[in-house]
Ligand binder design. Structure first.
Ligand code: PAF
Length: 282
């Protein structure tokens, strides 16, 4: 596996592959790789001839009071995992290699970023769209894979690629969970023992919400209120950032549950802000 830090070198290498008619697959990550990331690599590996994994804690998607400076990292461990899961190239640039001091160009999909994480992290998706566009331009990847844990991110990136005619196929991969149901996240590393023991209640609450919808609940407000009440007793140390029921493609809140909906939550548990979601077919 080749390790590259220079964006131009990445671009040159991917062009060489494309000119030799090799298909390029992209797995963008912020590092501190866990089984959720390696599942993305395993999903991409048979889909392409050459697989590029990126490790970049993208500063432009973090707000002022967020965890950019403390974001966990393990470069050696990440290299070993990427190689073991078949990466041909690992791209790990420094921030100033990706952003010129006078960087002035942004990519945004504001319509899909007004709710869920976009509401409490106003610049987040602009940073995500911009860095992913840069990675698409550097690799000219034929395919790229993103996890469904960040459902809103996936919906935004799909819309961006469609609207801007980006020649890349975007693949969504199901959430990978611990055996007790907690969605894997690099931020789980921030949890204390007590918080970690309580955290599976996030998923259980979403499953219960799905049951109430399956049993006939069609009022999104009532379903959200019931989940809020449940979290107040199962996660008393948690602080709900949002509990929303939205259209899965447009990410706008729905009042009546009359078709497929996405129930999505973000909960602060100590130093961690954890997100999870469930798609509910009606
Ligand atoms: O999902 C992530 O880890 C990041 O948002 C991404 C897509 C790698 C962009 O920095």
């Amino acid at each position: 596996m080749k390790i590259v830090t220079d964006p131009q070198e990445l671009q040159r290498q991917c062009l060489v592959w494309r000119n030799a008619e090799r298909t390029v697959g992209l797995v963008p990550t912020m590092g501190f790789l866990h089984a959720g990331h390696t599942a993305l690599m395993d999903r991409m590996r048979p889909e392409c001839d050459r697989m590029v994994v990126t490790l970049f804690v993208n500063p432009t998607q973090f707000g002022e009071n967020e965890d950019l400076s403390n974001y966990p990292h393990d470069f050696e461990g990440d290299c070993a995992k990427a190689e073991a899961h078949g990466a041909d190239l690992l791209f790990a640039p420094a921030p100033d290699a990706m952003y010129a001091p006078d960087h002035a160009t942004w990519v945004e999909v504001p319509e899909l970023g007004r709710h869920l994480c976009g509401a409490s992290r106003p610049i987040h998706f602009r940073g995500v769209c911009t860095v992913v566009t840069k990675l698409f331009n550097l690799t000219r990847a034929h395919k790229a894979v993103f996890g469904q844990k960040d459902w809103q991110q996936l919906a935004i990136l799909r819309r961006m690629a469609r609207d801007l005619n980006m020649p890349v196929e975007i693949i969504g991969h199901p959430i990978v969970r611990e055996s007790d149901g907690l969605a894997l996240s690099s931020r789980n590393a921030y949890l204390t023992e007590t918080e970690r023991a309580a955290a599976p209640a996030i998923r259980r609450g979403l499953l219960n919400l799905r049951e109430t919808v399956r049993a006939g609940q069609r009022n999104a407000g009532a379903a959200r209120a019931a989940l809020k009440e449940e979290y107040a007793s199962t996660l008393p140390m948690g602080e709900v950032d949002y509990i929303e029921i939205v259209d899965p493609a447009d990410i706008v809140p729905m009042e009546d549950i009359s078709g497929p909906v996405l129930a999505a939550v973000a909960i602060r548990l100590g130093k961690a802000r954890l997100i999870d979601n469930i798609l509910i077919e009606v």
